[in-house]
Ligand binder design. Sequence first.
Ligand SMILES: Cc1cc2nc3c(=O)[nH]c(=O)nc-3n(C[C@H](O)[C@H](O)[C@H](O)COP(=O)(O)OP(=O)(O)OC[C@H]3O[C@@H](n4cnc5c(N)ncnc54)[C@H](O)[C@@H]3O)c2cc1C
Length: 345
Amino acid sequence: MSTRAIDRYAYAHDASHYLLIPNEVIKAEDTDHVERKLREAFASGVPITFRSGGTSLSGQAVTDSLMIDTRAHFKKIEVLDNGARVRVQPGATVREVNTRLARFGYKLGPDPASEAACTIGGVIANNSSGMVCGTEFNTYKTLESVVLVFANGARINTADKDADNQLKSKLPELYEMMVRLRDRIHSQPHVVEEIKRQFSIKNTMGYGVNAFLDFTSPIDIITHLIIGSEGTLAFVAEATFRTVPIKPHVATSLLVFDSLQQATFSLSQLVESGLAAIELLDSTSLKVAQLDPKAPSELQDIQVKSHSALLVEFQELNQETLKARIDGAQELLRKTYCVKPSTIS
Ligand SMILES: Cc1cc2nc3c(=O)[nH]c(=O)nc-3n(C[C@H](O)[C@H](O)[C@H](O)COP(=O)(O)OP(=O)(O)OC[C@H]3O[C@@H](n4cnc5c(N)ncnc54)[C@H](O)[C@@H]3O)c2cc1C
């Protein structure tokens, strides 16, 4: 535990513009340590904020109260079923986990661009995702189980067969609340429809409330509500994920359009073509990218006025499937507003 100014100021920022100086900083040594601190803080009413990679962009990892660093001593990674599953502690970075999985031909589904620094705890609590995972391979879809430590210190492994009963006996109020909220949502068709609408697209804002529609038992609901909870519901002490196969055959292209509108009009056709990643660059982004001395000539040569571009990528398991994708895309590109038929390679 530290109340030294140097430690408190070192934790006063995450990657956002917020500045909050914690009163006290603790580097948790293990889950028992976190559990003890949660019990003490619960009894005295002191708010706690967990901090892992500290790459949050909206102040999720800063506080003016008690900060618990849960990165340094939570690095264990256990590859299961030849890489088809992985059990990890929350301080392991996405890159560390993927490096361990690579030799088995697998990776995590969630793929935030901050993968070198962001950790499993942060990915779950922020519901972080990236260019490729979409709504199919995000944490909600790939998380199998978690070990949770709640505010009163109660610990539950959601993989245990009797986990729902454990929740009922250790946290009866929370259990009842899950049941009440679930039933209340189900009794209001317009709320059900609104949740379905919001989660039919990529939606990483706040608690995974679609859990109330997708699951029945309170333990399954809470397991998925944790995703996006920003450390407010429980400490994630361990997580087991189903992984996704690495698709090593890739083809990439920069598709240039006269305007932002034309780029976005072409999107639905491009999505249907099976592209794994599509990233929009508006004219300002293009101009900034051109400043990079390593920018390729296709990018340097654009006389940017109101242009926009889509950086696209196919990812496939084998060369034949990739070739079929590329052949199909050439035809498709002729039908879009793309100003020069770009080669995908
Ligand atoms: C350059 C850059 C690129 C980025 N790219 C992306 C991107 O592509 N996609 C994306 O979604 N986000 C992106 N982010 C945002 C950020 O990196 C992610 O949200 C990341 O997953 C946060 O992880 P972290 O380990 O840094 O968590 P932190 O910032 O340390 O914490 C995030 C939240 O999780 C809570 N928390 C941490 N550990 C635990 C735990 N064990 N139990 C319970 N709660 C916990 C914290 O209290 C906090 O609320 C980017 C950020 C940067 C700086």
